[in-house]
Write a protein that binds this ligand. Structure first.
Ligand SMILES: [Zn+2]
Ligand SMILES: [Zn+2]
Length: 457
C-alpha cells in the first residue's frame, strides 16, 4: 500500500490522504479546505491524482478542513463512490452550501477570481452520489454491507469528536489500516467519547492536534465546566455580556446544551442565549439524529427545550451587547467579516464584557491573535477597523473536541501498530509524538509523511 499525503504542508490544513492498494482499489480519505488558505492554495494537492483514478472517497466527519474540497475531488473523479456516516451526510450538505456563500462573499470582498470553486447547483447533483454507511460493519467499495471475499473493505467507528465523526478501518487481504480522523476519547456535553478498535491494527494513521499541549495538572472537564459558569457569573455581576466565538457545527450545540444545563440547575440565571443562523441549522440536524447516534441526552431537543434566539446577521451594523446576554456566534476563529469578528469590536472596548474561547483556534487567526494579547495591549482583528486596545476579559476554557495528547498516546501504545503515521498536527505537535513514541515504543516505525510524496507502507 502506498500512502500519499495530499496536504500542502505538515499542519492542520486541507486534510486529504490517498491510499493506493493497486488493483484492489484507490481510496482517498477526506478532502478538506484550509481554514486560512485562499483559492487554490487552500486546497489539497488534488492535481497529483490522475483524472478519474479514485475508486472511493471516505469522509471522516463534516468539518470543513475534511470536507471543503470534496466537490472538487468528486468533479475530478466522476466514477468514485463517496461514503460517510449518516450524521456526516446530513451535516456536510448545508456546510458545503454555506461554503459556496462564503466564497461568493470573499470573491466580492477580496476579488478572488476563482471563487466560488463550486456552485450550489453542482453540489445538489454531487450529493446524490453520497452513501451513508452504518457504523461497525464492513462495507465493500461498491457500497454493499457485509461483503464476502472482497480483497478490500472498510468499516467506520465512532470518533467522539462531533456528531457523526468516525475513524475508518481499511481491511486489505488480512491487514488493517486504521485512520482516526479527528478523535476525542472523553465525553463532551452531548457527544460521547470515541469507541475505537484496538486489536489487529497494522498501520495507524492518527491526528495529533494537541501534541504540543500537556494536560494541565489536575485538569478535569467538570472543573472546567464550573470555571466557565463562574466566569459568566462574574461578567454578569459587572453588568457585562459574554461573546463566545464558536464553530456553527459542533461547538454551538455543545455549548448551547451546557448553558441550558447551567440555567436548568439554577447555576446561572435564565438570560437570553443567541446563536447564529447556520448554528441553528446544525442544531436541527443534531435533534433529528438524537436517537440514532451515540449522543448523550437523546431526549433533549436543542431547538424545543432551550430558550435561544437567532442573531440576525443583516443587523450586525447596529449590534450592541446587552447586559447578561450570551452570544454563541461563529466563526470559532473569528475570521475577518464573520459575525463574531464584527461583534468583537463592541466587546473589546469595555472591561465589563467578556470574550471566552472554548476550542481550538489557529494561532495566526484573529482569535489566536486575541488570545495571545494581554489586557490593555492593542490587537488587530480586522484590517479595516485597525488596532484596538483589549479592555474586556479574554479567557480560554478547554472544551476541546480533540483527544488530550496523553489519551491519544495511550491509544497508540495500546494499538501498538507496526507503523504509526502522524498527521493533522503542527510541527511541535508532531515532534512531541515522535519523541514520546521513540522513547516508549522503540520498535514502532513512526512516520510524518512529507506533503505530496508517496510512501510505501
Ligand atoms: Zn474536526
Ligand atoms: Zn480537523
Amino acid at each position: 500500500m502506498i500512502l500519499t499525503n495530499l496536504t500542502r504542508a505538515n499542519e492542520i490544513g486541507a486534510n486529504s490522504y490517498l491510499l493506493d492498494f493497486g488493483e484492489d482499489g484507490r481510496i482517498v480519505l477526506d478532502a478538506g479546505m484550509h481554514p486560512r488558505g485562499e483559492g487554490i492554495q487552500g486546497l489539497p494537492q488534488l492535481e497529483k491524482l490522475k483524472f478519474d483514478s479514485v475508486d472511493a472517497i471516505l469522509v471522516s466527519h463534516a468539518h470543513h478542513d475534511h470536507t471543503g474540497a470534496l466537490p472538487l475531488l468528486m468533479r475530478d473523479h466522476p466514477s468514485a463512490r463517496v461514503f460517510l456516516s449518516e450524521a456526516t451526510y446530513y451535516l456536510s450538505e448545508p456546510l458545503l452550501h454555506n461554503s459556496v456563500q462564503v466564497m461568493l462573499k470573499q470573491k466580492a470582498e477580496k476579488g478572488i477570481a476563482e471563487y466560488p470553486l463550486f456552485t450550489h447547483r453542482e453540489l445538489d447533483q454531487l450529493v446524490k452520489v453520497w452513501q451513508a454507511c452504518g457504523l461497525q460493519r464492513p462495507w465493500s467499495l461498491q457500497g454493499y454491507p457485509d461483503p464476502e471475499n472482497e480483497p478490500l473493505t472498510f468499516d467506520f467507528h465512532d470518533a467522539g469528536h462531533i456528531l457523526g465523526s468516525t475513524g475508518t478501518a481499511l481491511r486489505h487481504r488480512g491487514r488493517t489500516i486504521f485512520y482516526t480522523g479527528d478523535v476525542n476519547f472523553a465525553d463532551q456535553t452531548l457527544v460521547r467519547g470515541a469507541e475505537f478498535p484496538r486489536d489487529g491494527i497494522d498501520v495507524l494513521i492518527t491526528e495529533t492536534t494537541r501534541g504540543s499541549q500537556a494536560r494541565p495538572e489536575g485538569f478535569t472537564r467538570e472543573a472546567e465546566v464550573e470555571r466557565l459558569a463562574a466566569a459568566i457569573e462574574q461578567t454578569f455581576a459587572r453588568g457585562g455580556a459574554v461573546l463566545m466565538p464558536v464553530f456553527a457545527m459542533g461547538k454551538t450545540q455543545e455549548l448551547l446544551a451546557q448553558l441550558h444545563f447551567f440555567q436548568k440547575s439554577r447555576r446561572l440565571p435564565e438570560t437570553p442565549i443567541y446563536i447564529g443562523g447556520l448554528g441553528r441549522s446544525f442544531c436541527e440536524i443534531y435533534d433529528r439524529l438524537a436517537g440514532r447516534t451515540r449522543r448523550k441526552y437523546p431526549k433533549l431537543r436543542l431547538l424545543e427545550d432551550i430558550q435561544y434566539q437567532v442573531m440576525d446577521g443583516r443587523r450586525a451594523g447596529q449590534f450592541s451587547p446587552k447586559k447578561g446576554h450570551i452570544y454563541l456566534i461563529s466563526s470559532g476563529m473569528m475570521t475577518e467579516n464573520t459575525l463574531s469578528n464584527i461583534f468583537a469590536q463592541e466587546f473589546l472596548a469595555h472591561d465589563r464584557h467578556s470574550i471566552f474561547f472554548v476550542g481550538y483556534c489557529d494561532p495566526e487567526s484573529p482569535a489566536g491573535r486575541l488570545r495571545a494579547t494581554k489586557q490593555g495591549d492593542p490587537v488587530t482583528l480586522n484590517a479595516s477597523y485597525g488596532a484596538q486596545p483589549v479592555r474586556c476579559r479574554v479567557e480560554h476554557f478547554d472544551f476541546t473536541a480533540h483527544g488530550q495528547r496523553e489519551d491519544l498516546l495511550q491509544y497508540i501504545l495500546d494499538v501498538n501498530p507496526r507503523a504509526c503515521v502522524l498527521v493533522h498536527g503542527d510541527p511541535p505537535a508532531l515532534a512531541w509524538f515522535q519523541q514520546e513514541l521513540a522513547a516508549q515504543a522503540p520498535g514502532m516505525k513512526v512516520i510524518v509523511p512529507p506533503a505530496g510524496e508517496g510512501i510505501e507502507l
